[in-house]
Ligand binder design. Structure first.
Ligand code: VGL
Ligand code: ZN
Length: 202
């Protein structure tokens, strides 16, 4: 069965010192670097927002990060400005072996809608091209690592499984934001419920 490894949002802004810190986010880097050479196909998505993205609290007077609004009909958690395209915070994390990455899929580029999944925006309207690419390559099984467990990793895994790829999340290669205690546990439960395999490491 042809396999691919998908790296989700392993970017500077999600690591300690960044704009939207995922606690211990940097701990996944050595794990991911060990995994990359084990796969014949390695793909990455990047959170890649315009400076005025609608998920940024800064775009909504009187609102602060963590507040929830309705953005074009969809519930949206507001975040600090992060991963603005072409800025240092949107670059891959320092130390990540980017040589092994075959293709990068940007997401979250439309200011009017967020995109947690590497496959589709949150309204499931626009396709990033990752799904068609995997199908064209004959991939049947995907392994997912990256940030953050309770947002982009979870929605990427759910869409992958929904598209028919046998999907596995590698626990040692993910970390979560955990805005509320228990969010990561709940994310793992949601993924297991959808039929996604969770393994410690490979
Ligand atoms: C993410 C919040 C906002 C993520 C991206 O990569 O999980 N979370 N943008
Ligand atoms: Zn984002």
């Amino acid at each position: 069965m042809k396999e691919a490894l998908i790296l989700v949002d392993i970017q500077k802004d999600f690591l300690p010192g960044g704009a939207l810190v995922v606690p211990e986010g940097d701990a996944i880097i050595p794990v991911v670097n060990e995994l990359i050479p084990q796969f014949g196909l390695v793909l990455a998505c990047k959170d890649w927002h315009p400076h005025d993205h609608g998920s940024f609290a800064s775009q909504h007077p009187g609102k602060k990060p963590g507040d929830i609004i309705i953005l074009n009909g969809l519930e949206q958690i507001l975040w600090p400005d992060h991963c603005v395209m072409e800025t240092p915070g949107a670059e891959f994390a320092q130390g990540l072996n980017t040589n092994g990455i075959h293709k990068i899929f940007p997401k979250g580029t439309d200011p009017a809608i967020d995109s947690y999944s590497a496959f589709f925006d949150n309204g499931h309207q626009q396709d990033t091209g990752l799904g068609p690419y995997l199908k064209e390559e004959g991939v049947e099984k995907v392994f997912i690592v990256g940030l953050a467990t309770d947002y982009c990793v979870k929605f990427t895994a759910l869409d992958a499984q929904g598209l028919g790829f046998k999907t596995t999340v590698i626990k040692q290669g993910v970390r979560g934001v955990e805005l509320n205690p228990g969010d990561c546990d709940k994310a793992f439960q949601d993924m297991i419920h959808a039929g996604i395999d969770i393994i410690s490491n490979r």
